[in-house]
Structures are given as C-alpha cells and as structure tokens.
Design a protein around this ligand. Structure first.
Ligand SMILES: [Zn+2]
Length: 377
C-alpha cells in the first residue's frame, strides 16, 4: 500500500448504511461475537483475531487507543476496557471524516445507540432509515386487520417525516427471488390474512412472505423514498444462495420507471453482479460495505472488482459498521485506502488524470449519496 492520494484522504464522507454502537464494556467473548457475521466463536476454530479483520484491528485500531501497531489481542482488549466504551466510541468516530450517517436502527435497538446519539458522539448529522419489515411488524402488534393492513402500513410510513430512505431485509426472510409487479390489493389482503392467522397460531411476529415484502418495497417507492436492499453477505440467518442481486432483476425492471433509487447493500460475493445491475438500471446504486472491513487489507481488491463496470455515479460508500466502533474506523480507513490504490493504478495506467480521480472521489465519497437520498433538499 502506498500513501493515500490527498483528495481521497481528505474527502468528507456520507456513510449511507450503518448502525449504532454498543454503549457497554465488552469482555473478550462479547467483543469477538460482534467482530464478524458469526454469532459465536467456533470451539472447533481459533480466535476470530486469526483473520484479516483481526489483523486489521491490531494494525489500524491499536494506535487510536495509544497502543503500538500489531499489539496482541489481549493487550488491545485490556486497553479498550481501561478506556471504557464511551471514550473508545468517541475516538474511533472522530477518525472517520464522515459528515452524515444514514442509520438503520432496526436491528437490536435495545443494545445500540440510536441515530441521534450516534450523530452527537460523532459531531455529525444522522438520518433515519426505516426498516420496512419492522414497520409492518409494529403495525401488526398495534392491531390491524387483513383488509386494513395496507392502509395502516401507509399511515405508519407517512409518520416517518424525517426519514431519508427505507430498507428491505427480504433477503433474510424469504430471499431475493421476488416477482416484479406491485401486488394488487386482493393479494396484499390475502397475504396479510395468512400472516395474521400465523401470528395467532404461533405467537411469533416475524414477517416472511414474498407478497408482503414486495408490497412494502412498492409502498416505499410510492412514497418516493429510496429503498435499500440487504444483498449477499450477512449472518447465518441469511440463505446466501438466495441473495444474489440478479434475483431482483424483475423487481428492478418494474421499479425503474418510478425513478426512485434502489440501493443494493454489501453485495459480497456478488459485487460484480451488483455492478452490472447498477450499470443497466438507471435507478440502481451499489456499495461493498461490510465486506470492506471484513476483508482487511484485501478490501481494496473488492472495491476495484465492484468498480469494473459500475458507473462512478452509481457507487456509494458505506461502512455497515455495527456495534463495534472499530468497524467505523476500519470501514472508513480501508475504503479510503482501497479507493486511493484503485485511482492511483488508473492514473499510472494513464486512463485517468488526477483531476478525473478527484472528481470520482467526490462522487463516491459523498455526491452520489447526496443526490440519491436528496440530502440537500
Ligand atoms: Zn447493516
């Protein structure tokens, strides 16, 4: 790795998909359980520090906590505990150079800071993203009927007056093999009726119905709210074989005339497929958040692969930081390093000038997100 190009080092970032941080101190198991997408540390493996992410933490995060680079995991975690969660969170957030966080607060909200707390800790703007499935589940908990479900969801969404977008986790519930067209009222009515009787029978409120996920996406589109999709890489709750973004092709084709942005999150290991979709559909945007920091020093290779065919006006930065402030630091730092290496290679190949590279940096760092989410309006 070479030094960062100055305009990449200094570009202010819009982090278009991220989460809150743990407020409490963590022991070693607690820390490792939040490091990667694994829920537990395998008794058949070794520590999760034996990974590119673990080495990135020891290399890049240790100095932020006043430790030498490559310090041992034990020393790292001891220093982290000594400083305390609030100071650790503050230090790592201060390194990011992020002006705006678009926060998905829908996963484990009891554990994490909300958007406002995160923005205050970072001294930056924070914006809410509405998780569509949670919205529907709250509508059901509040009491609804099969016939009234669609209108109740519309009313609930309209109350989110400051939200800048929505997110679908259909990938986690039914996979991405979704039909295109908006389901008609009779289909939504019937599907809501099936869900209500399932909940009556099982007592568990968990939306997992392809018609209803698709209805919620269309509801967001009708409200002119950009829709993020979880795609690809995620925890063991996801069936990765059903998470290739190409499975969304019918839905992307059907929503294209609306002009409402669809943003494909993470995408690994389907990031090249996602890049293709961003090229051919005018309303599709992509990122490689989450994979960037999990891949450690190889994060730059993923960024370069994703940018092979993605138009530079359709690629966004996200950290997908969750719970550990290290994710914010690494997501940002490895993104800047990866983008800088990519652009430097392009300049050396004489396919780009420095002026071009600075323009691409502005697009990817913040301008694309500002345009897609209308953050300046
Ligand atoms: Zn996320």
């Amino acid at each position: 790795m070479t030094d960062l190009l100055p305009y990449v080092a200094g570009v202010p970032l819009v982090d278009h998909h991220c989460h809150g941080l743990v407020r409490t101190d963590l022991d070693r198991t607690g820390f490792e359980e939040l490091m990667t997408e694994a829920d537990t540390v395998s008794p058949l493996g070794t520590t999760l520090f034996d990974s590119l992410l673990g080495h990135a933490i020891r290399r890049w995060c240790a100095p932020v906590l006043d430790l030498p680079a490559h310090t041992t995991p034990d020393d790292y975690l001891a220093r982290r505990a000594e400083l305390g969660a609030t100071e650790v969170n503050r230090r790592f957030l201060a390194t990011t150079g992020t002006t705006d966080f678009l926060v998905d607060g829908g996963f484990r909200p009891e554990l994490l800071t909300d958007a406002n707390e995160l923005g205050t800790l970072a001294g930056a703007r924070a914006h809410d993203i509405v998780r569509l499935e949670l919205l529907a589940e709250n509508v059901l908990r509040a009491g609804t009927t099969a016939a009234g479900f669609a209108a109740d969801c519309a009313e609930a969404l309209a109350k989110h007056t400051t939200a800048v977008g929505c997110k679908s986790i259909a990938a986690y519930r039914v996979g991405l093999r979704l039909a295109g067209a908006r389901p008609d009222d009779a289909e939504v009515h019937a599907a809501a009726g099936r869900w209500l009787s399932d909940v009556d029978r099982s007592g568990a409120v968990r939306l997992a119905d392809p018609v209803l996920h698709r209805f919620l996406v269309w509801l967001a589109v009708e409200h002119r709210l950009p829709v993020q999709f979880h795609v690809g890489y995620g925890d063991a709750d996801v069936n990765l074989a059903e998470c290739d973004p190409l499975l969304l092709t019918d839905l992307l084709r059907a929503t294209a005339p609306s002009g409402v942005p669809i943003l494909l999150l993470h995408n690994y290991p389907f990031h090249r497929n996602a890049g293709y979709l961003a090229q051919v559909f005018p309303h599709v945007f992509v990122d490689v958040g989450l994979a960037t920091h999990n891949a450690g020093f190889r994060g730059g290779a993923l960024i370069a692969e994703a940018l092979e065919v993605t138009p530079f006006g359709k690629f966004l930065f996200s950290s997908d930081a969750f719970a550990l402030a290290e994710h914010y630091h690494l997501g940002t730092l490895l993104f800047r390093r990866g983008l800088s290496d990519f652009l430097r290679t392009a300049i050396e190949a004489d396919t780009m000038t420095s002026t071009d590279a600075a323009h691409v940096t502005d697009l990817i760092g913040h301008a694309n997100a500002r345009r897609a989410y209308r953050l300046d309006s």
